[in-house]
Design a protein around this ligand. Structure first.
Ligand SMILES: [Zn+2]
Ligand SMILES: [Zn+2]
Length: 220
């Protein structure tokens, strides 16, 4: 049964050889999404990281370590974790998925994630995807009630004000006492996920963990 599809696949590869999603180079190795040079250029988040917001911190690895920002202003979520730094050219893949609905980039994103050890999420946790325009994902547990103006030009205080009451949880009792894993594509300053976390905690969620694919690193 497997012979024919394999043969067809081999014939297709010969006619239409797979190309790297980022640089367009023909692929010959095992990975059918990204070439070895593009994979090598990916900047993964390296330990040690702040145990709360997931930012890289200097010094010895320490599981209890907090960054200055979390010490000054503890976020409402328990922990945030990202896989890579949000940089070109990988950011193109997210952009293509998010704004053009281009799902051909998914094997590339999967390839990047597969080498990373993900944190333990309680089995009973509710996984909530951040309100998104990507179809086929259940997004009704957390709704954006209004589209805020662009965040990029605002400072921290203005960002928080801008996002205040921007999200609602339509089903009131579903979250009571539950652990929630909030999934988003990019962690920027943490303001948006903090606002979402507050809304979820207000509705009875016990604790929030945030998983994102990429993290914007503040320039020093
Ligand atoms: Zn490449
Ligand atoms: Zn932190």
């Amino acid at each position: 049964m497997h012979g024919l599809p394999l043969l067809l696949k081999a014939a297709l590869d010969l006619l239409l050889p797979p190309r790297c999603l980022l640089c367009g180079r023909f692929l010959h190795g095992e990975c059918r999404a990204l070439c070895s040079d593009c994979l090598k250029a990916i900047k993964y988040i390296r330990l040690p990281v702040c145990r709360c917001c997931g930012a890289e911190v200097s010094g010895e690895a320490n599981r209890r370590q907090l960054c200055g920002s979390c010490l000054r202003r503890p976020p409402p979520f328990k922990r945030a974790m990202a896989v890579i730094h949000y940089n070109q050219p990988v950011s193109q893949l997210l952009h293509r998925l998010k704004y053009s609905g281009d799902t051909t980039v998914l094997p590339g994103l999967a390839k990047i994630i597969e080498t990373v050890q993900m944190p333990e999420i309680p089995q009973s946790a509710i996984i909530i995807f951040f309100p998104t325009r990507i179809k086929d994902i259940r997004t009704d547990l957390l709704r954006r009630v209004r589209d805020p103006p662009p965040q990029t030009s605002l400072d921290g205080v203005a960002r928080r004000k801008n996002l205040h009451s921007a999200f609602i949880v339509p089903e009131n009792n579903l979250l009571r006492g539950r652990s929630v894993c909030l999934v988003d594509d990019v962690f920027t300053t943490g303001t948006t996920v903090a606002e979402c976390s507050k809304t979820l905690l207000d509705k009875g969620a016990e604790e929030i963990q945030v998983l994102t694919f990429a993290r914007v690193t503040a320039s020093k």
